[in-house]
Design a protein around this ligand. Structure first.
Ligand code: F6R
Length: 356
């Protein structure tokens, strides 16, 4: 099978690979894990994986299970640390990440139970701090995380590092953002059932991992992804700190990448071929941005919005605006149900009356 088309998006502050779909991203990350685990197994050494839950990594776990079943990928030396767990929540609760990880992944591969680490959602308030210190110590004792898998929340969180999480934060208890709780509501059969708090690995704990793969799929991730990869790093979007990681990659499907400059306004990040579709995309965008009708756009509007090349190639502005206007006009169907060619007078239609 030929390799699926993929390329790094230009103009991002962290390498961001655009893949044709989530399956391609899952295969990409699974291949990297596969290579590392086999190399470490051959050397008789453990591999330490940092794992995420949620909808994003499901396909990755399926692919890893497939590699285990079909290609004998051996997890017996793999050590895992999960990012987070809701608090308070018993392990056996249907919504616990403990249960989710076992049902989705651990029960299907030959990982040793003693090598699995997941923050404990059953801790009493006065036990939490010691547990978190111990969690960090266990990560260090295992040799540090080799590959960290991440999703991203709509608040831009990684793990449950909600906006305001400092760059030097470590494993700790956190209060969940209302957006995060709303996003989890369906799984918990109502927002009121979603716990208010969680234990999460911190930004610094994640940044310590040797390699980081953040996966984001779907249009609901487009805004937070764009902030994370295009704006300067800040506590407002904890995923943006990955820009400072020496080996972090974002893996995006087309919907998650849709708001990036490279996709939305590609003419701003390099030369483009002015195909009719691209001209239409640019001119409609310009008209919405400057809030003017297509036929009212002038040369300055184009010049001031990185569209000088378009103006030079196809201008003047009035001509381009008019062409796009006519093109759009041609798409309007005045009679969506089709025009009635021969309309019968109303009295000619026969009705059968039924009397009851
Ligand atoms: C889960 C985690 C979170 C999720 C994020 C995206 O362990 O750490 O950061 O990765 O909330 O969730 P999904 O994948 O469900 O969209």
């Amino acid at each position: 099978m030929p390799p699926a088309p993929q390329h790094f998006l230009p103009h991002t502050r962290v390498p961001s690979l655009l893949l044709p779909n989530s399956a391609a991203a899952n295969r990409f990350v699974a291949r990297e894990i596969d290579k590392l685990v086999r190399a470490r197994n051959a050397a008789g050494k453990p591999t330490v994986l940092g794992l995420a839950t949620g909808s994003t990594p499901v396909g990755l776990y399926r692919e890893l299970i497939r590699l285990h079943e079909d290609e004998k990928l051996d997890f017996s030396k793999v050590i895992t640390f999960n990012l987070d767990e809701y608090l308070p929540l018993p392990k056996e609760d249907p919504h616990s990440y403990f249960r989710w990880m076992h049902e989705t992944f651990f029960n299907h591969v030959n990982i040793k139970w003693e090598n699995i680490h997941i923050p404990d959602g059953t801790l009493k308030p006065d036990e939490i701090e010691d547990f978190c210190i111990e969690y960090e110590r266990k990560i260090r004792a295992a040799g540090g995380i080799d590959i960290q898998i991440l999703g991203i929340g709509r608040t831009g969180h990684i793990g449950f590092n909600e906006p305001g999480s400092p760059k030097n934060s470590r494993t700790r208890m956190i209060t969940l953002d209302s957006i995060t709780r709303r996003d989890a509501a369906a799984g918990f059969f109502g927002e009121e059932n979603v716990p208010n708090q969680a234990i999460t690995m911190g930004v610094a704990s994640i940044m310590d991992a040797r390699r980081v793969f953040l996966m984001a799929f779907g249009e609901h991730k487009a805004h937070c992804v764009t902030k994370a990869i295009e704006l300067p790093p800040s506590e407002a979007v904890s995923a943006s700190f990955l820009q400072e990681h020496p080996d972090a990659i974002f893996l995006l499907d087309p919907a998650a990448a849709a708001e990036t400059t490279a996709i939305k306004r590609p003419w701003e990040v390099g030369p483009v071929e002015w195909t009719p579709e691209r001209v239409r995309q640019a001119v409609v965008w310009l008209s919405l941005t400057v809030r003017k009708g297509l036929q009212k756009l002038n040369d300055d509007d184009f010049r001031e919005h990185h569209l000088y090349e378009l103006l030079r190639e196809k201008g003047p502005a009035e001509k381009i605006g008019e062409e796009v206007f006519l093109d759009r006009l041609a798409t309007i169907q005045p009679y969506p149900a089709g025009r009635l060619l021969c309309r019968k007078p109303f009295w000619s239609s026969r009705r059968t009356r039924t009397t009851t």
